[in-house]
Design a protein around this ligand. Structure first.
Ligand SMILES: Cc1cc2nc3c(=O)[nH]c(=O)nc-3n(C[C@H](O)[C@H](O)[C@H](O)COP(=O)(O)OP(=O)(O)OC[C@H]3O[C@@H](n4cnc5c(N)ncnc54)[C@H](O)[C@@H]3O)c2cc1C
Length: 403
């Protein structure tokens, strides 16, 4: 054991949430350790639709140029298709910012964010698995990290769980609320494809029985197909991703057309999805959750990465105030309350709306009815699209330094 308390903050998980928090905190002068279990770049199961509002975050994180250099696809609209081919279009311009969403692989995006965290001053450890949280007097004060056969303990006054749906740290606490389990276990698949017939500049969403999927253009002329199917349907296809695509996803007329001549460019990734919704954002003093570790918003809103970047920044602001003004036990109480309050204010309403939409998407026939209903009115469609997002005030906090 080699305890070290050279850090103000330890963040587990180097996805967009962890990297966002690490960059914002490092830019404020905090001493940050960022621990990621994988070696980047790595593929990641995701729709790879980066919603337009992320552009503002990329600017603030100073990664906008690095993202452009990866040549992402510009996505001007998302088009939702019912099984029989009816569709509604949601222009990316409704979400403000640049008015364009980006299609970029997670290998490229996450790599650029992680390198920026390092450049901003965070110490980044890859292939380092956070295995445990250390507590003292009911307060989190460190974590254990496994690198190969070696276990090391690192100490810091603040620990952040950015390990995604894994919730590697917060799930260890008995009092942390578990994300609500869905009735049916779902399985998600993703692969990069060549030779699809997707509409240029669009992300297409397909609804089918007990699931939905998204096809999006990404860099290098490829398309990313990411879909969710019920475990029952996946078992019926012998857990073969190609068969699920052909026999379940392609029951949607539009998917059958766009995917007819598609070829795999990389292996399928698959993961089971057990729950959506909120977990505990600050389950105990000294431990905050960000990104999917705090809440998992339904993927078809295309806003999980936005929430990851936002919640990383929100946590960095609250931690920055703690480090500046009251880095002691009573300050930890205030940090826990302040972060929880701001988190709810920022995300609760969009999480609620998204959970209604998710339920509707899985009721047979309702997705069709909703597509017909919302297709008839730009106004209603725009209102609904906005309800799945929030409006976080611009902040000058990034400029405020710790100490
Ligand atoms: C099927 C599907 C499709 C989606 N499509 C989209 C989309 O198109 N657009 C969108 O915006 N969002 C989408 N999302 C949501 C989006 O992927 C997540 O919201 C986003 O990745 C959350 O970022 P994060 O940093 O919280 O977690 P993650 O991106 O999951 O990152 C967590 C990181 O922590 C690391 N880690 C895990 N455990 C440990 C540990 N013990 N120690 C150290 N490191 C650890 C992991 O390796 C990973 O790199 C989709 C999600 C799913 C499931």
């Amino acid at each position: 054991m080699n305890p070290s308390s050279h850090y103000d903050v330890i963040i587990a998980g180097g996805g967009p949430a962890g990297a966002s928090a690490a960059i914002h905190l490092s830019m404020r002068g905090a001493r940050v350790l960022l621990v990621e279990q994988k070696k980047f770049p790595r593929p990641k199961l995701c729709g790879e639709f980066i919603s337009p509002e992320c552009a503002v975050h990329f600017e603030r994180l100073q990664v906008a140029d690095a993202m452009s250099a990866a040549h992402p696809a510009d996505l001007a609209a998302t088009v939702f298709y019912s099984r029989n081919g009816k569709n509604v279009r949601v222009p990316s311009s409704w979400f403000g910012a640049t008015g364009v969403a980006l299609g970029l692989s997670r290998a490229e995006m996450d790599e650029r964010l992680l390198r920026r965290a390092s450049e901003a001053g965070a110490q980044v450890l890859e292939e380092a698995h956070a295995t445990n949280v250390i507590f003292e007097d009911q307060t989190a004060c460190g974590i254990t990290i496994r690198q190969g056969a070696r276990e090391t303990t690192y100490l810091a006054p603040i620990i952040v769980d950015g390990t995604g749906r894994n919730r590697a740290l917060t799930r260890r606490l008995a009092n942390a609320n578990r994300a609500r389990r869905e009735r049916a276990l779902m399985v998600a698949f993703k692969a990069h494809l060549e030779n699809t017939r997707i509409e240029a500049d669009a992300c297409e969403i397909y609804f089918y029985r007990r699931g939905y999927g998204g096809l999006s253009s990404i860099e290098k002329g490829l398309s990313n197909l990411c879909f969710i199917a019920s475990a029952r349907d996946v078992r019926a296809c012998g857990a073969d991703a190609d068969r699920v695509m052909r026999e379940v996803v392609c029951k949607n007329q539009r998917a059958a057309f766009t995917l007819k001549h598609a070829r795999l460019n990389a292996n399928w990734l698959a993961v089971s999805l057990e729950g959506f919704g909120r977990s505990s954002v600050a389950p105990i003093n000294g431990l905050l959750a960000i990104g999917d570790a705090a809440s998992f918003i339904d993927p078809f809103t295309g806003s999980g990465m936005l929430m990851a970047l936002e919640s990383g920044e929100l946590a960095a602001e609250a931690i920055g105030e703690f480090l500046n003004h009251s880095p002691n036990i009573s300050g930890l109480d205030q940090l826990q309350a302040a972060y929880t309050h701001r988190y709810r204010e920022t995300f609760n309403s969009r999480l609620t709306v998204s959970s209604w939409l998710r339920k509707a998407a899985f009721v047979p026939g309702l997705a069709e009815a909703a597509i017909a209903f919302f297709g008839a009115s730009d106004h209603l469609r725009r209102k609904l699209a906005h309800a799945t997002r929030g409006s976080r005030p611009e902040t000058s906090a990034a400029a405020k330094r710790v100490r």
